[in-house]
Design a protein around this ligand. Sequence first.
Ligand SMILES: *[C@@H]1O[C@H](CO)[C@@H](O)[C@H](O)[C@H]1NC(C)=O
Ligand SMILES: *[C@@H]1O[C@H](CO)[C@@H](O)[C@H](O)[C@H]1NC(C)=O
Ligand SMILES: *[C@@H]1O[C@H](CO)[C@@H](O)[C@H](O)[C@H]1NC(C)=O
Length: 589
Amino acid sequence: MRLTISLRFSHFFVLLLSATLSNGNDSELLTSVIDLVEFDYTDNCADRASATWDALIGSPKGFQTKLERDKEYKTFVKQNLEDLKTITRHSWTQTDDLLKRKVHLLLQPGDVLLDSDQWIRLVTFADKAQNKVRFATNYDCGSRTCALREFHNSFAKKQYKAVLKKMKQSWESNLPDINEYVEQILPILGNASKDYKTVEEYWDSLVEYEGAIQKARELWEGVKPLYVKLHKYVALSLLGDKGVGGNLPVHLLRSLNGDDWSNVIDSLLPKHPAVYRKVTANLQIKNLGGENAFKAAANLIKELNLGEIKPEIWQISVFNSSCPPVLVDYCKPNKMKVVTCKDVSIGNYLDAHETAMKIAFKQLTASYSNNTFILREAPRYSAIYEAIPGFLSLLALSPHALARNDLFNIELFNRNSNHHRMVLQLILALRDLAKLNFYLAADEWRLKVLTGNTPSSKTAASWSEFRRNFSQLETLDTDLLGDSYVQFNKPFIGKFMGLILKYQIYHSFAEELESDDSDLIKHIAEHSNRLSDVMSQGFSIKWPELVRDLLFKKQNGLEYTGLIDYYRLLEKYLDDQFDPVINNGISYK
Ligand SMILES: *[C@@H]1O[C@H](CO)[C@@H](O)[C@H](O)[C@H]1NC(C)=O
Ligand SMILES: *[C@@H]1O[C@H](CO)[C@@H](O)[C@H](O)[C@H]1NC(C)=O
Ligand SMILES: *[C@@H]1O[C@H](CO)[C@@H](O)[C@H](O)[C@H]1NC(C)=O
């Protein structure tokens, strides 16, 4: 009920203020109105977060309440929009830039502008889909049925093709219906973007980057040769010569939709994989999963001078659920919680670092009082908000960070540093190159379906075909429906660009080191203001305008070269595997 009361309360004031504004130009009054509207938004966000939390941890009625809150959100936004429009009609021209920015973000909230029935259809579909995957207990764990957490663990380790396939099928059976998605959900995007020429243009506007998808295509062309080499190597290792150049079935990669290949790393390791073995073993010995992984991440963040995460956040978080971590943000500065699993793996360790950095990012943004609600929580897809947390996961596997956590000795590392670095690059490439490809594939496929070049009778079966051509992966038509961005019709483009950008950030610091063996962590800590200055801006400026500062003026925009440079040792290794001279005229390794 609180929701309705506060809503009416501010609505009343808006009307009152609006009446006094009839001859316009008073930006102080406009500021007061925005303040009231943001106050309402903050309250609403806390209510929705609390319902989201209850649904995530499976509280009784949690799911129902979340669904109701998500549906009501439309009404809430509509009311506020009407108020804002009433007021901005008067005093729009005279306002300062920051105020203009706030009004713009508030007036352009994205998909929630849809008609009520379409909005309700969208959130119902997505909420239901998520809840089903999360709480189903009919997953196939090989010899018996299990819940999601156990399913993930089991699927990551199984060896036999047939078992993996059967297990994946049990997951598929919990996904929503592809026909419903293609006929009822995806086309809603056409209506959400009705103020734009195309859906692509609409997505570009949400990511605040003109020609974003086009830029992503260009960036991908630069990354693709490396992706192809990695793909060839994986195929060779898993299937032998006959696999090279063919399509890889994603279940053989022990992946549900092909967006992460790291579960097969054991089959891909080069000779002398000491760094991988040691790090994996030490993570287990030190039990660096769940809360411990998050605490290790918080230590690294502190060491980098990027802020302190209060330990209370871990106390109220839940670490006995399933991975990957979900961050719930109550939009009151510093109230956030995580729900995740306690299982130990390199992937979970890296995810914990990314999520912890998102917390530190939000804390830092919120610590500047100018960053009111909409400048912290704008409905936009910022690549910087993806890149800086992603950068932290790169650092988590850097030699000096590994040494700080006693995961791998630095002297040992430096004795054969190029080889160890190459192994670490392999670990990261299996995550990041697979993700980069998946993100662009999913966006491109959805755009393609929406522009109607595919006959509708074939649409439902077209994802697997698209994925074969674009990614050389053998998937099912439904398996992208397990992703929440797909369920909610959200673009991946911000995540794609964030992945590219994080390697540029890495490069901008790494190239300043005296030698490759110098302590990168210490160097970043000494120049951490380059990162915190950008984070402190929140959404007050469009993220592309901050890239230059973020990269210390070394580059002005997105370039794939940072990524390629990061992986140069891995690329050399991959080339060698297919070099007939090195391999004595015998093909392959
Ligand atoms: C798009 O909007 C129009 C008009 O409101 C409606 O008739 C149509 O069903 C909507 N499309 C979808 C996919 O909901
Ligand atoms: C998980 O931990 C919470 C306390 O943090 C506890 O209330 C709950 O019962 C636990 N759930 C499971 C499945 O162990
Ligand atoms: C807040 O904004 C005002 C003017 O817009 C500016 O003068 C001030 O420096 C800003 N404060 C911070 C902490 O950024």
